[in-house]
Ligand binder design. Structure first.
Ligand SMILES: Cc1cc2nc3c(=O)[nH]c(=O)nc-3n(C[C@H](O)[C@H](O)[C@H](O)COP(=O)(O)O)c2cc1C
Length: 135
C-alpha cells in the first residue's frame, strides 16, 4: 500500500534560488531514503508538490514539509491510497513554471489518472496536467 499527496502552498516572501536549492536538496536526501518520489513546481511565489511512496515515508516527508518556514498556507489538493506508483520515474526535481500553469493545476480535478479532456482535447485532470508539464 502506498500513499499519494498533492498540495499547494505560498512561498515565504523573497525566497532566493540558493534557498530553493537547499530545500530541494534536503527534500531529495530525505525522500530517497524514505522511498518517496514526486515532483515540485514553483512559479516564483507558490509551490505545488506531488509525492508518493510508502505510508511511513510520505508521513515523514509531510511532517518535514509542514514544519518548514519556507512556505505557508499549505492546502492539500489530493490525498489517496494507491497500489502502485503513478509516476515511478520521477525523482524530486523542482521545475519553475509560469503562474498560469500553477493556476490551472490549482483548479483542476485531482484524484484519477483517467484522462478527461476539455472540448479541444486537452487533458484537464491535475495528474494529467502535471504529467504533461513534467514531460
Ligand atoms: C516547497 C517545499 C517542499 C518540500 N518538500 C520536501 C519533501 O518532499 N521531502 C522532505 O523531506 N522535505 C521537504 N521539504 C522540507 C525541506 O527539505 C526542508 O525544509 C529543507 O531541507 C530546509 O531544512 P532546514 O531549514 O532544516 O535546513 C520541503 C519544503 C518546502 C518548502
Amino acid at each position: 500500500m502506498l500513499r499519494a499527496i498533492a498540495y499547494r502552498s505560498v512561498a515565504a516572501p523573497s525566497i532566493e534560488s540558493t534557498r530553493l536549492d537547499h530545500i530541494v536538496r534536503g527534500a531529495q536526501r530525505f525522500n530517497r531514503l524514505a522511498g518517496v518520489t514526486g515532483a515540485m513546481l514553483f512559479d516564483g511565489a507558490r509551490f505545488l508538490q506531488y509525492i508518493e511512496g510508502p505510508v511511513d515515508g510520505v508521513e515523514g516527508a509531510i511532517g518535514r514539509i509542514k514544519a518548514s518556514n519556507d512556505h505557508t498556507r499549505l492546502e492539500v489538493l489530493e490525498e489517496s491510497v494507491i497500489q502502485t506508483r503513478r509516476f515511478p520515474a520521477w525523482d524530486m526535481s523542482c521545475l519553475t513554471q509560469p503562474n498560469t500553469v500553477l493556476d490551472h493545476l490549482f483548479v483542476a480535478p485531482w484524484g484519477s489518472l483517467d484522462v478527461s479532456l476539455d472540448h479541444v482535447g486537452n487533458p484537464i485532470g491535475g495528474l494529467q496536467l502535471l504529467r504533461h508539464v513534467m514531460a
